[in-house]
Design a protein around this ligand. Structure first.
Ligand code: NAD
Length: 248
C-alpha cells in the first residue's frame, strides 16, 4: 500500500464549495490531486505542486476517459460535481429532469464504472448524495432529490462490485453546507415561500439540532475520513452530515 504522500486522487466539482475544500484537504494530507471542473477558470487558484487541474465536463464520455486514464493506480475518487434545480414540482419538464439526472447521477455512475476498477487496492470512492434523498421538505428541489437518491443506489452497487478488489465506496448526505449551491437554493426557494433568503436561512438553521449549517471544510473532513485508512471497514454506507437534522 502506498504511503499517503504517494497516493493520488480525483476530485470532481473542485472549482467550488465541497469539491474545492476536498481537493485542498487531500493535498494537505499529502496526496496528489486531479481537480476537475467544467468551470476551468474557477480551478486556477488550486493549481500548484500537489494539485493538477483539468477543465472537463463529467457528462462527456471522452472527458471521463481522460480522467480515468489519469486515475489509473490512484487511490481516491470524490464525485462532488453537481447542479441543483429549483422549480415548483408541477413545472418540472422532462428536459429539467434529464439534465439533473445526467450531471448528478449518470456521471457519478459512469465515473465509478470507469475509475473504480483502476483504483489501487485499499482505494476508496466517496459520492455526494444529499439529505434531500431522505427528506421531501424542500419539495422545490424534487428532481435534484431524485438524482441524489439514485446516487445511494449507485454507491451500494459499486460497493458490492468493487469489494473484492478492496476498493470501498460510500456516500455522504449533507444537509446544509455553506457553498454557492446552498446560496442558490436559499435565493430561489425563499421567494417561492414568501420569505427573504435571510428569513429562510434562519428558519432552516433553527430546525437543525446543532443550530447552524456546516462549512465546506467540515464536510471535507468527513470525506477525508471515509477515504482514509481510518475507515477500512466501511463500505456501501450512506452517512448523514446534517447537524442532527436527519438521524436515520
Ligand atoms: N452545499 C450543500 O448544502 C449540499 C447539500 C447536499 C449535497 N450537496 C452536494 O455536494 C456536491 C457539491 O456541492 P457544492 O455545494 O459544493 O456545490 P457548488 O455549486 O459550490 O459546486 C459544484 C461544482 O460542480 C461543478 N460542476 C457542475 N456541473 C459539472 C459538470 N457537468 N462537469 C464538471 N463539473 C461540474 C460546478 O462548476 C461547481 O464548481 C454536489 O453534488 C451537491 O449536490 C451539497
Amino acid at each position: 500500500m502506498a504511503s499517503p504522500s504517494q497516493r493520488r486522487g480525483v476530485v470532481t466539482g473542485a472549482a467550488s464549495g465541497i469539491g474545492k475544500a476536498t481537493a485542498l484537504r487531500l493535498a494537505r494530507e499529502g496526496a496528489r490531486v486531479l481537480a476537475v471542473d467544467v468551470n476551468g477558470g474557477g480551478l486556477a487558484e488550486l493549481e500548484g505542486e500537489a494539485i493538477e487541474t483539468l477543465a472537463a465536463d463529467v457528462t462527456d464520455s471522452k472527458h471521463r476517459q481522460t480522467i480515468a486514464d489519469w486515475a489509473d493506480g490512484a487511490h481516491y475518487l470524490v464525485n462532488s460535481a453537481g447542479v441543483v434545480m429549483v422549480k415548483p414540482i408541477f413545472e418540472i419538464t422532462v428536459e429539467d429532469w434529464r439534465r439533473v439526472q445526467t450531471i448528478n447521477a449518470e456521471a457519478t455512475f459512469f465515473l465509478c464504472q470507469a475509475i473504480g476498477p483502476r483504483l489501487a487496492a485499499g482505494g476508496a470512492i466517496v459520492n455526494l448524495s444529499s439529505s434531500s434523498a431522505k427528506f421531501a421538505t424542500t419539495v422545490e428541489v424534487a428532481a435534484y432529490a431524485a438524482s441524489k437518491t439514485t446516487i445511494l443506489s449507485i454507491t451500494r452497487s459499486f460497493a458490492y462490485a468493487l469489494a473484492a478488489r478492496r476498493v470501498r465506496v460510500n456516500a455522504i448526505l449533507p444537509g446544509i453546507v455553506d457553498t454557492p449551491m446552498q446560496e442558490e437554493v436559499l435565493e430561489k426557494v425563499a421567494p417561492m415561500r414568501g420569505l427573504t433568503a435571510d428569513e429562510w436561512r434562519e428558519a432552516r438553521n433553527r430546525a437543525v439540532p446543532l443550530g447552524r449549517g456546516s462549512s465546506a471544510d467540515e464536510c471535507a473532513g468527513l470525506i477525508w475520513f471515509l477515504l482514509s485508512d481510518e475507515a477500512p471497514y466501511m463500505t456501501g454506507q450512506a452517512i448523514n452530515f446534517t447537524g442532527g437534522l436527519v438521524t436515520w
